[in-house]
Design a binder for this molecule. Structure first.
Ligand SMILES: [Fe+2]
Length: 307
């Protein structure tokens, strides 16, 4: 039995006091939005309670599917790096970027490069190497029976757009990685920030090459797809050659209850091969009404054909 924890959309507080020059971009709108609205939603007590609960559960591995920061300021990336260390070592934690982690163009070494060890993938020599740039995505990490496949949809977008794109190069590599890990009978868990299929009402927030991604999954399959971005709990399915793959989302890890989004939750996936199927027991843990601790809200079982 292997336990994988999934959380997303951390939106760490403390954007800091940027220099005026740093706000001469889309960041200005994001900075306003943070102070006028978002900072009252994504609050430290909720996130601290999640981390405490998660540490007590002692999962075998933790996946964080993006949006650790808000407006991609260098100081935010540094604080997120410090925060990641509270979750665990890079060997025990996998991170992929979200749209807020590429809010504006910014040098790799000042931004995502600080988290490169959490985005390390298997190199040709069989050793894990920290990502040297977005061109190293998708990356593959082997953990227990899992093939963790990290995709980047992070690409700076114009103001008011929170869309994402995988791109042709990643899609081609994704097909290869899915095929190779299927041949090794691994449980392939795909990590992606944007939902593979968006509600047409959210055009400005969608995955722009959703169709191409769906075509790769329809051809090569996967056993589980985990995403964030919506700040809502969700479960849908995509067709695969072996049947269908569950697509599961979690709300923001730091969100207090609001009218428009789900309160903070994270998931624990207990994964075990039983004959011809992967049995995946999902435990949903959510913030309690007092906003001081997480409790088990519910559970459900996914059964996926094993290859
Ligand atoms: Fe987000």
């Amino acid at each position: 039995m292997f336990t994988l924890a999934h959380l997303s959309d951390v939106h760490l507080g403390d954007v800091g006091i940027p220099s005026p020059g740093a706000l001469l971009s889309k960041r200005f709108l994001g900075f306003l939005s943070w102070h006028l609205r978002r900072k009252s939603i994504h609050i430290a007590p909720v996130l601290n309670a999640l981390v405490a609960d998660l540490r007590a559960r002692q999962a075998d591995h933790i996946a964080v599917t993006g949006d650790l920061v808000n407006i991609s300021l260098p100081g935010e990336f540094e604080r997120a790096d410090t925060w990641l260390a509270t979750l665990g070592s890079p060997g025990d934690v996998t991170v992929i970027p979200g749209n807020h982690d590429a809010y504006v163009p910014i040098a790799w070494k000042l931004s995502l490069g600080l988290w490169a060890a959490y985005m390390a993938g298997l190199g040709p020599d069989g050793a894990e190497t920290p990502a040297a740039g977005l061109s190293d995505f998708p990356f593959l990490r082997r953990r227990g029976p899992l093939a963790l496949i990290g995709i980047s949809t992070a690409e700076p977008m114009p103001p008011h757009m929170a869309a994402g794109r995988i791109g042709q190069q990643q899609l081609a590599r994704l097909a290869t990685v899915l095929k190779t890990s299927r041949d090794q009978s691994l449980c392939r868990v795909v990590l992606i920030h944007h939902p593979p299929v968006s509600d047409p009402a959210y055009k400005l927030k969608q995955l722009l090459d959703s169709e191409e991604f769906l075509a790769v999954i329809a051809s090569e399959g996967a056993e589980l797809i985990l995403h964030g971005h919506t700040h809502m709990s969700g479960l849908t399915y995509l067709p695969t050659p072996a049947g269908r793959v569950p697509v599961v989302s979690v709300p923001s890890a730091s969100a207090k209850p609001t009218q428009h989004h789900d309160p903070a939750r994270y998931h624990l996936y207990r994964i075990e091969r039983q004959g011809g199927v992967w049995r995946i027991d999902v435990e949903v843990r959510g913030i309690a009404p007092g906003l001081d601790r997480f409790v088990e809200e519910r559970g459900f079982v996914l059964e996926v054909p094993a290859t």
